[in-house]
Design a protein around this ligand. Structure first.
Ligand code: NAP
Ligand code: MG
Length: 478
């Protein structure tokens, strides 16, 4: 099958020094939890335990919120924006300097290919810190009045799919605007957030400005419901997001939610097919499909269906699945046993509902959590695999005849985070973008991120925007 064999090209894991156990990062120091237990973070590619991390209980979260409050009132809130900027620029530079270490740790803890953590995640993390560092002394010119004020203490909860990038999306704008934060990383991917805590120490960020409380769902609940938190920012599933919105309804807390998606990637008959196929592959197999804005529903115009499918299958047969630290790997490990189970279940349902399943021949490692890149054809809009977020390397393929039908099918979802359009005609791109109910519409590309560009959803994909000038609004009293 293969054109030629690749020799292994492993990135060295010795560039990162993982401690056997980590405490909570509260008030500038690593401390033991007082009322919580411990969790183990594993490498999903080998199931090897990487480190033990503390599980913060309600008392620990309270300590973190108090530390954040004190830092907000005494140090960070009163500090001139130009001084806050210096710290943020320092953090951004340290992220670049320690980029290799961060990339290896991210791939070990999450399972994503080193090619992606090295070339996408970590450079974007640095870019978001640089970008918001630039805003810190220019808030009066951001369009929110001549003296916009911060909100206070932000409680932030993030998922496991882009651990450090989601941290950057949360922490960089919050600090630039003058808030302090208590952040809870996901249970399965806490390690880069803890390395980030070390970077905060290295940058001599004042104690209490950033606090990292590791733990599971209960820790997240304690963060968002703490009465000392002024602003809640959550990225994760729609189900948990809905629970958070209910839990804090009626309080004065401001809330932004970045939730799930089921994006349509729409290929018209005048699109350059090879380029579109690269975009389809990037849209659904990037990061094992653990992407909220993944192009998980492919809509192909009927007249080019056969050509697109043939080319897509040929391309998929070239994807390499395996050791995330190998520099020639395209698809790494599924993040957890639980997520693998969910992908398997929904895929079985897809087959039972009558869709046709196809994967290229592909050898999967024995240990760890793996799922071969998969497509379903003959999918109807009623199928669960066309409606529910699978959050894995599984693509549902549908067809359409007219642009109006493409719009109708694309919008026929409870979500509205992103969409992709592939066509040669600029006028059609604009016509589609006007009608697609999605926060981001990519044209002849997919999964492109930039700190200057706002990102967020319609409908059940959440509310509020992260990134760009809009991303500051969530952290200012406007
Ligand atoms: P999740 O279960 O909702 O978890 C997200 C975070 O919330 C985790 O840190 C989780 O802790 C925590 N959590 C769980 N229950 C909680 C509760 N009751 N109160 C407060 N926090 C709680 O989501 P996931 O399954 O890990 O992540 C995948 C989802 O995230 C997908 O639906 C995806 O679309 C969405 N996502 C959206 C975006 C976006 O920008 N829109 C970006 C990335 C991912 P544990 O880790 O311990 O469960
Ligand atoms: Mg979870």
């Amino acid at each position: 099958m293969a054109l030629f064999e690749y020799a292994p090209a492993p990135e060295s894991r010795s560039v990162v020094d993982i401690k056997p156990s980590y405490g909570l990062f509260i008030n500038g120091e690593f401390v033991d939890p007082t009322d919580g237990g411990a969790l183990k973070s594993i490498n999903p590619a080998s199931e090897e335990v990487l480190a033990e991390v503390a599980e913060a209980g309600a008392g620990d979260v309270d300590r973190a919120v108090r530390a954040a409050r004190a830092a907000y009132e005494k140090v960070w809130g009163p500090m001139p924006g130009r001084d806050r900027a210096k710290y943020l620029f320092r953090i951004a530079r340290l992220i670049q300097e320690r980029g290799r270490e961060l990339a290896v740790l991210e791939s070990l803890d999450n399972g994503k290919p080193i090619r992606e953590s090295r070339d996408v995640d970590i450079p974007l993390v640095a870019a978001y810190f640089f970008y918001y560092a630039g805003w810190a002394d220019k808030l009066p010119y951001a369009g929110f009045g001549s003296d916009p004020r911060p909100l206070g203490v932000a409680g932030q909860v993030i998922p496991w799919n882009f651990p450090l990038l989601m941290l950057a999306w949360k922490i960089a704008p919050a600090l630039a605007a003058g808030n302090t934060v208590v952040l809870k990383p996901a249970e399965t991917t806490p390690l880069t957030a803890l390395l980030f805590a070390e970077i905060c120490q290295q940058a001599e960020l004042p104690a209490g400005v950033v606090n990292i409380v590791t733990g599971a769902g209960d820790t997240g609940r304690a963060v968002v419901t703490h009465p000392g938190v002024d602003k809640v920012a959550f990225t994760g599933s729609t189900e948990v997001g809905r629970g958070i919105a209910k839990a804090i309804a009626g309080t004065r807390k401001k809330l932004t939610l970045e939730l799930g998606g089921k994006a349509a990637n729409i290929v018209f008959d005048d699109a350059p097919i090879d380029q579109a196929v690269e975009g389809i592959v990037n849209g659904i197999f990037f990061n094992q499909g653990h992407v909220c804005c993944a192009g998980s529903r492919l809509l192909v115009q009927e007249s080019v269906y056969d050509a697109v499918l043939e080319s897509l299958k040929r391309r998929m047969a070239r994807l390499r699945v395996g050791d995330p630290l190998d520099k020639n790997i395209d698809i790494g490990a599924i993040n957890s046993a639980a997520q693998l189970e969910r992908i398997r279940t929904l895929s079985e349902i897809g087959a039972q509902e009558g869709a046709e399943r196809w994967s290229p021949p592909c050898e999967l490692p024995d240990r760890g959590f793996w799922f071969a890149p998969t497509i379903f054809t003959g999918v109807s809009q009623a199928h669960r695999i066309a409606r529910e977020e699978i959050f894995g390397p599984v693509l549902s393929v549908l067809t359409f005849r007219t642009p109006a039908e493409a719009v109708e099918k694309a919008n026929n979802t409870p979500y509205g985070l992103s969409a992709g359009v592939w066509t040669d005609k600029g006028s059609r791109i604009l016509w589609m973008a006007d009608r697609l109910r999605a926060g981001v519409v990519w044209a002849n590309t997919f999964n492109k991120f930039d700190p200057t560009s706002p990102f967020g959803g319609y409908k059940e994909s959440g509310y509020g925007r992260e990134g760009g000038r809009h991303g500051l609004e969530a952290y200012l009293d406007v």
